[in-house]
Design a protein around this ligand. Structure first.
Ligand code: PMP
Length: 409
C-alpha cells in the first residue's frame, strides 16, 4: 500500500498544481464505517465534516451499500434515454418531500451541474440573461456557477466578469443585504433571470440569515419577475434539522438544486421546479449518467434511512445541543474566538486569527477528529458531521477543542 507521502508525490506529479489537501501531515484514509474514518495504520478518526456534507447517513452505511451493490450487479447504466425504474421512483419520492408544488426534476451528476441547469432553466423561463447572487455564496465549478460564486478565492476563470452577475451584500447584516438586493433590482431587475442563494452559506463560513430573510427576499424578487433558486447542495436532506431549508425559512423557491447528501457518496445532482417553471425546459437536453440506476438506488436508500431514523429531528436536537456547547467555549475563549453559529448540524466557529484554523485542524486530526474549514478568509472552523452522531461525540469534539484552544494561549 502507498504511504501518505507517496500519494502526495504522485499527486504532485500527475495532478494539476491547484489540487489541494487538508493538513501538513495528512493521513492516508483507507476505510470508512459510520461516523468513523480509518487510516492505513488503523488509526480511527471521528468524522465531523462528512466529506463536505455528503455522508449524512454515515460512511459505507450497510443499508445503503447493500442496495447499491445489488443494483451494481443487476444493472449499472443505460442512460436516461431508456426506461429504468429507480429514476422515476426517486423522482416520485422527491416530489413527495420537496416544498410546495415542486414536483419535476432533472437528474445530473454533481452540484455544479445541478446549479448550472437551474440557472439555465431560469433564463429559459424568464427570457432574461443576468443573475443576482450573494457575496459569500459558492455554487460550483462550471463557468456559469463560478460566475455567480461570491468568494473571490474560487473565481479562477479570468473572464467571469463577462457574465451579467450582480452581487448583493452577504448575510451578516440582513437589512443591508436586502437593501443592496433592492438597489440592484431597481437598476437591473429587467435584466435578471434569477437570484441564486445558499439558504445557509457553507463555504462562505456557515453564514445563517435570520428566519424571515428569504420571505423578504422573495417579495422583492417577485416585483421584478426574478426567480429564486435555492442551492440546497449543503443544506438539504436533514443537515439543518429539516429535509429542506425551505421548511425552516418558510419559503418556497422557484427552483431547488441538490446533490451531495442524496447520494451519500455516489455521484448525484438534480434541480427541481414546479411544472409551470419546468415547462420552460422544452428543448432536448440529456445527461449521460444522470438518473443512472446506481445513484438513484442510493438516493432511495438515503431517503429511507433518513426517514426511518428520524435524522431531521436528530439533527435539529443535536444541533441545538452542539451550539449550546460551542457558545460555552466561545465565552471561555473570547480572546481567540470571534463568533459561533449553527443551525441543525451545520455549525461554524470563526477565529480572530485565521492562522489558528490550520493549527486547530491539524491538532484535532492528530487527536482523531476530522473537522472542516471555510470562510471568506478561511477563518472559520466548520462542523458538518454525519447525522448519525450522538451527544457523546459532540462532548468529545468540544472537550478536544477546549484543550487545543487553551494550548493556543
Ligand atoms: N453548491 C454548494 C453550496 C456547494 O457547497 C458545492 C460544493 N462544495 C457546490 C455547489 C458544487 O458541488 P459539486 O462539487 O458537487 O459540483
Amino acid at each position: 500500500m502507498l504511504t501518505a507521502d507517496e500519494i502526495i508525490q504522485k499527486k504532485k506529479q500527475y495532478f494539476y498544481p491547484n489540487t489541494m489537501h487538508f493538513y501538513s501531515n495528512p493521513p492516508h484514509l483507507v476505510r470508512g464505517e459510520g461516523k468513523y474514518l480509518f487510516d492505513d495504520k488503523g488509526k480511527s478518526y471521528l468524522d465531523f465534516f462528512a466529506g463536505v456534507t455528503v455522508v449524512n447517513c454515515g460512511h459505507c452505511n450497510p443499508e445503503i451499500t447493500e442496495r447499491v451493490s445489488e443494483q451494481v450487479k443487476r444493472l449499472q447504466h443505460t442512460s436516461i434515454i431508456y426506461l429504468t425504474e429507480p429514476m422515476v421512483e426517486l423522482a416520485e419520492r422527491l416530489a413527495g418531500i420537496l416544498p410546495g408544488d415542486i414536483h419535476q426534476v432533472f437528474f445530473c451528476n454533481s452540484g455544479s451541474e445541478a446549479n448550472d441547469g437551474a440557472l439555465q432553466l431560469a433564463r429559459m423561463k424568464t427570457g432574461k440573461k443576468g443573475f443576482l447572487s450573494f457575496k459569500g455564496g459558492l455554487h460550483g465549478r462550471t463557468t456559469l456557477t463560478l460566475a455567480v460564486t461570491g468568494i473571490p478565492m474560487w473565481r479562477i476563470d479570468p473572464f467571469l466578469d463577462d457574465e451579467s452577475v450582480w452581487f448583493a451584500e452577504g448575510y451578516s447584516n440582513a437589512d443591508e443585504s436586502l437593501k443592496s438586493v433592492e438597489d440592484i433590482l431597481e437598476r437591473h431587475g429587467n435584466e435578471i433571470a434569477a437570484c441564486i442563494a445558499e439558504p445557509v452559506q457553507g463555504n462562505g463560513g456557515i453564514n445563517i440569515p435570520p428566519p424571515d430573510f428569504f420571505i423578504r427576499l422573495k417579495r422583492l424578487l417577485e416585483k421584478h419577475n426574478v426567480l429564486l433558486i435555492f442551492d440546497e447542495i449543503q443544506t438539504g436532506f436533514g443537515r439543518l434539522g429539516y429535509m429542506f431549508a425551505s421548511e425552516y425559512f418558510n419559503v418556497v423557491p422557484d427552483i431547488i438544486s441538490f446533490a451531495k447528501a442524496l447520494g451519500n457518496g455516489t455521484p448525484m445532482g438534480a434541480f427541481a421546479a414546479r411544472p409551470d417553471t419546468a415547462a420552460a425546459l422544452n428543448r432536448p437536453s440529456s445527461s449521460t449518467l444522470g438518473g443512472n440506476p446506481v445513484s438513484m438506488t442510493a438516493g432511495l436508500a438515503v431517503l429511507d434511512f433518513i426517514e426511518k431514523n428520524d435524522l431531521c429531528a436528530k439533527s435539529k436536537e443535536l444541533g441545538a445541543y452542539f451550539l449550546e456547547q460551542l457558545r460555552i467555549l466561545e465565552k471561555d475563549h473570547k480572546d481567540i474566538i470571534a463568533g459561533v453559529r449553527g443551525l441543525g448540524l451545520m455549525a461554524g466557529v470563526s477565529m480572530k486569527n485565521p492562522a489558528h484554523v490550520d493549527v486547530i485542524l491539524e491538532k484535532m486530526k492528530d487527536n482523531g477528529i476530522i473537522i472542516g474549514k471555510n470562510g471568506m478568509n478561511r477563518e472559520v472552523l466548520a462542523f458538518q458531521p454525519p447525522l448519525i452522531i450522538d451527544k457523546n461525540d459532540i462532548n468529545l469534539v468540544c472537550s478536544e477543542l477546549r484543550g487545543i484552544l487553551s494550548s493556543l494561549k
